[in-house]
Design a protein around this ligand. Structure first.
Ligand SMILES: Cc1cc2nc3c(=O)[nH]c(=O)nc-3n(C[C@H](O)[C@H](O)[C@H](O)COP(=O)(O)OP(=O)(O)OC[C@H]3O[C@@H](n4cnc5c(N)ncnc54)[C@H](O)[C@@H]3O)c2cc1C
Length: 258
């Protein structure tokens, strides 16, 4: 089977890698350079936390397991950093955090409470005054993903398996034969054909050029990601705070994956 995947973010790269491993002939087409979409500016918190209803939480929890399984296949490309996450709130929001923890515990998701001193021992770079005295929710299964390394490694795996990855190759429209999607027209005018076409364009997936009835109902929200050099006092875990979330970054976080 031949498959064309439009978009090479975390979704397109993951699908392409899995399809190639199943013996599918894969062509990935991406409008920009590698890691140029939302995945390149993501906070990339890997978590199953604050997710409802139960089935959605279970899906996210299973996702953490799958991340670990995939990472274990690439011990020398460490993109997954399951450092644990710590969440603290203003005192007036503490009851809502307690209710969330109670639900996670009822669902069998491992959490526990840290006191202020324990968090400060784990995160010595935090300003003492910035951490409230209310309990801190610790979720040990969680962490963050180096999305660039993840995407680059999986796309390289697709190429190694005989597939192709074309960057700066925007798709202008999708070719349709009845109810089947059998190819794409590139912005250059060239047509490519396949047995299946998958739209992995993230926030651009509802592009009207892809035929209006193919557009999934999307609703974009704004996010802001700031990268700050901090070699002298890096944070060590994912921290979810009342004002912003913060985590480590960079290629050298930790030893090769066990
Ligand atoms: C600030 C911020 C923080 C976030 N934090 C988290 C978080 O903590 N945890 C979490 O799980 N998620 C988080 N997200 C969301 C997450 O990053 C996205 O859901 C995810 O990266 C989307 O991946 P994707 O592969 O669907 O899309 P993208 O990464 O956007 O990839 C889509 C690709 O499609 C390509 N494309 C578009 N149109 C075309 C075309 N016509 N032809 C060819 N290619 C095309 C684009 O160039 C792009 O490379 C965050 C997002 C932001 C912005």
């Amino acid at each position: 089977m031949d498959i064309i995947i439009i978009g090479a973010g975390v979704i397109g790269a993951s699908l392409a890698f899995e399809a190639a491993n199943l013996g599918t002939s894969v062509t990935v087409l991406n409008a920009g350079e590698r890691v140029s979409g939302t995945s390149g500016t993501s906070f990339a918190w890997v978590n199953a936390h604050g997710k409802t209803p139960r089935d959605y939480q279970r899906l996210n929890d299973a996702g953490i397991d799958t991340h670990q399984e995939l990472q274990a296949r690439f011990p020398h490309h460490r993109w997954l950093h399951l450092t644990g996450s710590a969440e603290y709130r203003h005192p007036h929001d503490a009851p809502a955090l307690a209710a969330k923890a109670q639900q996670l515990t009822a669902w069998g998701y491992p959490t526990h409470w840290l006191d202020k001193e324990t968090l400060l021992a784990r995160e010595p770079a935090l300003a003492r005054d910035a951490v409230p005295t209310t309990p801190v929710l610790w979720c040990e299964r969680e962490g963050w993903l180096n999305t660039r390394l993840y995407i680059e490694t999986l796309l390289d795996g697709v190429i190694d398996g005989g597939g192709s990855v074309a960057t700066t190759t925007p798709v202008a429209s999708i070719i349709r034969q009845g109810n089947r999607f059998t190819g794409v027209i590139l912005a250059s005018g060239r047509a490519l054909y396949a047995d299946r076409v998958v739209n992995c364009c993230g926030r651009w997936a509802d592009c009207p050029l892809f035929q209006p009835d193919l557009a999934p109902p999307l609703s974009s929200t704004a996010g802001l990601l700031v990268r700050v050099p901090s070699a002298a006092a890096p944070v060590r875990h994912v921290l979810i705070t009342p004002t912003f979330d913060i985590r480590p970054d960079g290629p050298d976080q930790g030893a090769p994956y066990p």
